[in-house]
Design a protein around this ligand. Structure first.
Ligand code: IDP
Ligand code: MG
Length: 140
């Protein structure tokens, strides 16, 4: 298994409830190392471009509004199989369908306000990391 990097976002529902540390503990206990992290307020343009793949979906506008409703924590996670491992610890998109130990089962408010984003492939991870971070900001 190769060492990989993935992009994680702690979403506004979770920053609002002061859950950054609880969520980071899950990543670290799973063997994912937080090699870059910054708390930012996304602009509408940034959130819209980041989720452009969902532009035609009925939930797109609400999703962008939600993602700019408060600060997010942008992160690069590194570890063995980091993309799949992060998806495992996140749990299913809909917290009602997520396994009990996962971040979304434990912390998410709804299918939209589901506390975390994680890249879904190595290729998307590379693009998403580049969207938010300069290489000099990533410190393994
Ligand atoms: P993922 O975050 O598990 O990869 P995606 O299908 O890529 O799920 O959807 C991106 C985000 O859009 C979700 O995390 C969630 O915030 C939101 N979303 C997805 N499906 C729905 C829906 O049916 N209603 C409302 N929001 C949704
Ligand atoms: Mg996705």
């Amino acid at each position: 298994m190769a060492t990989e990097r993935t992009l994680s976002i702690i979403k506004p529902d979770a920053t609002r409830r002061n859950l950054t540390g609880n969520i980071n503990a899950v990543f670290e206990e799973a063997g994912l190392k937080i090699v870059a992290q910054k708390r930012v307020q996304l602009t509408p343009a940034q959130a819209g471009a980041f989720y452009a793949v969902h532009k035609e979906r009925p939930f797109y506008k609400d999703l962008v509004d939600f993602m700019i409703s408060g600060p997010v924590v942008l992160q690069v996670l590194e570890g063995e199989n980091a993309v799949a491992k992060n998806r495992d610890v996140m749990g299913a998109t809909d917290p009602k369908k997520a396994e009990a130990h996962t971040i979304r089962a434990r912390f998410a408010e709804s299918i939209e306000a589901n506390s975390v984003h994680g890249s879904d492939s190595a290729e998307n991870a590379a693009n998403e990391i580049r969207f938010f971070f300069a290489e000099t900001e990533i410190l393994p």
